[in-house]
Design a protein around this ligand. Structure first.
Ligand code: PLP
Length: 398
């Protein structure tokens, strides 16, 4: 279908909506379509564990299929999973959520994020978020008709957001802030006091907070602070959580939102009409993850930590300035010693040395001068990637 003129109004009609036109293709996917056709590439690109889902979750799902459990579930998700999740959030953070009205099981954090915006944001509302940030954050706001307001964070401040910077960006149109710690792409973790100061800004200006805590379990030697668990925050926070990263369950597409009853009810209406329910067998696997997946998390975190230390040291030995990531599974080296832009660096590194990384500007303009490397890949591959990156840098160093 091509652009045509309305015979009634004379207006030009594009087949594509303004909202869809208002977002760009993901800077991650766009780049990775390129490498699909290449052989011998070491991919530090897509942010996902190199582990398969631990067997006990796979087995539980297989058994449920054998039993013929292939129907829709409740729109909210199975009562068993919501009850287990409610217990988990109580044990872990002291947060009390009613499993019948304050929890919604979603198709990953991706859906939970989208629903949280569509249920709360009206055209013209502003949503403040620290940057560089996960590619879906600004897009989710734009698609709901809102306006994303990106606040740059810098390496010198450990990519932590400052409450004063958030407060300076608040306008009469600000409706919410979206935070995501541990952070993608930087690996930053917010210290409790700093996050509490950000929470105070939310309370002072009566803002909603969407807190994407998908990497909550992946921290190294530091504590993750749950935004909803800070004093006075549960009533204004939509906690977005998931199973993809910590339990190595990316392909199952399962996550959740926990929040105030009326917001969860509004999100559920949209979910009802668009998704119906999260995949049934994935809900079974997620329940098993909550019941018995703890040991696997501990093992994977210990392994990511070994890789993190080795890889960050390797990047620094090459000559990059590299912030020490304390969470998630990304390193975010500063590549300005090469004099290349992030995109040129990533493209040439892929073409010349077959190592795939993501240009930092895919995560906002302030990510320029950096690239994101996912170290959730095997140690031998990380070692080989470092050899190739060193060769590349020695060739191009200014
Ligand atoms: N939030 C962040 C910060 C992510 O990095 C990702 C995936 O990379 C997601 C959300 C999407 O998670 P899910 O697989 O649960 O949809």
């Amino acid at each position: 279908m091509v652009t045509r003129q309305s015979s009634a109004t004379g207006r030009k009609l594009s087949p594509i909506s303004q909202r869809a036109n208002g977002i760009s293709p993901s800077g991650i996917r766009k780049f990775f379509d390129l490498l699909a056709s290449m052989e011998g590439v070491i991919s530090l690109g897509v942010g996902e564990p190199d582990y398969s889902t631990p067997w006990r979750m796979r087995e539980a799902a297989i058994y449920s299929l054998e039993q013929g459990k292939t129907m829709y579930t409740s729109n909210l998700g199975t009562p068993e999973l919501r009850q287990a999740l409610s217990r988990y959030l109580l044990d872990r953070y002291g947060l009390d959520y009613d499993s019948a009205s304050e929890l919604l099981i979603t198709v990953g954090v991706s859906e939970a994020l989208d629903l949280s915006m569509r249920a709360t944001i009206d055209p013209g509302d502003q949503v403040i978020m620290p940057a560089p940030c996960y590619v879906a954050y600004p897009a989710s706001v734009t698609l709901s008709g809102g306006e994303p307001v990106l606040i740059p964070t810098v390496e010198a401040s450990n990519f932590e957001i400052d409450a004063a910077d958030i407060e300076a960006a608040v306008t009469p149109r600000t409706k919410a802030m979206l935070v995501g710690y541990p952070a993608n792409p930087t690996g930053a973790v917010m210290p409790r006091e700093k996050l509490a100061a950000v929470a105070d800004v939310a309370k002072k200006h009566n803002l909603l907070v969407m807190s994407d805590e998908i990497y909550a379990r992946l921290t190294y030697g530091v504590e993750h602070t749950c935004a909803a668990a800070l004093p006075g925050m549960q009533e204004r926070t939509i906690l977005l959580g998931g199973f993809s990263k910590a339990y190595a369950m990316t392909g199952w597409r399962i996550g959740y939102a926990a929040g105030p009853r009326e917001i969860i009810a509004a999100m559920t209406k949209i979910h009802q009409y668009t998704i119906m329910c999260a995949p049934t067998m994935a809900q079974v696997a997620a329940l098993e993850a909550l019941r018995g997946g703890e040991e696997s998390i501990q093992e994977m975190v210990a392994d990511y930590n070994r890789r993190r230390k080795m890889f960050v040291k390797g990047l620094r030995d090459i000559g990059f300035s590299c912030f020490e990531p304390k969470g998630a599974f990304y390193a975010f080296p500063n590549i300005t010693i090469t004099g290349m832009s992030s995109e040129v660096f990533a493209e040439k590194l892929l073409q010349e040395e077959k190592v795939a990384v993501v240009p930092g500007n895919a995560f906002g303009a302030c990510g320029e001068g950096y690239v994101r490397c996912c170290y959730a890949t095997s140690l031998p591959e990380l070692e080989e990637a470092l050899v190739r990156i060193r060769r590349f840098v020695n060739k191009h160093r200014r």
